[in-house]
Design a protein around this ligand. Structure first.
Ligand code: ZN
Length: 168
């Protein structure tokens, strides 16, 4: 049997202002109490033994911009994209999620265990460089670069300067 489990609820999306635009920084699905199960073909209600139904969370795909409470926001100087990509050299791997008979595969997230070569804009390939025009390959340098070159969301406070984190 194939059926659709339909959970009624609502989606909450969080927005913040960056450079005069409203950017979504996170989203969550809030499930309500109403759950319906319908047979896939007929859309007729089905009764199932719910103790045998595996739980699947309602986790949603998050937008590429992290919340300003959690971190810095990258803005590409060329194309204004907020998506930053870490490029590594070395072995890559990824899970095969779907195998088509003709040989078309769908892949999951790519994991890498090599060394970082550069950070670049995911959209246009703009490469982050330091003052000596060398590719930036350290996380700390990326953070410094972003702080120097990218406008941050309203209300962003560098957590290192909060009272809690000042050296005692
Ligand atoms: Zn770009």
């Amino acid at each position: 049997m194939k059926y659709h489990k339909i959970t009624t609820g609502f989606v909450v999306q969080e927005y913040t202002t960056i450079g005069g635009e409203y950017i979504c920084t996170g989203q969550v699905f809030v499930a309500g109490d109403e759950v319906d199960r319908e047979e896939e073909d007929t859309n007729e209600p089905v009764k199932i033994d719910t103790t045998k139904e595996q739980y699947q969370s309602f986790e949603m795909k998050q937008p590429p911009v992290s919340s300003f409470e959690k971190g810095l926001i990258f803005t590409c100087p060329d194309c204004k994209s907020h998506r930053l990509e870490c490029c590594e050299t070395g072995p890559y791997n990824s899970e095969v999620l779907n195998i088509e008979e003709e040989g078309d595969f769908d892949y999951g997230a790519i994991g890498a265990s090599g060394t970082v070569e550069r950070f670049q804009c995911l959209n246009c390939g703009y490469v982050l460089k330091d003052e000596a025009s060398e590719n930036i390959d350290m996380n700390e340098e990326v953070a410094e670069w972003i702080k120097k070159n990218c406008e941050q969301a309203e209300g962003y406070i560098d957590p290192r300067y909060l009272d809690d984190n000042v050296d005692k």
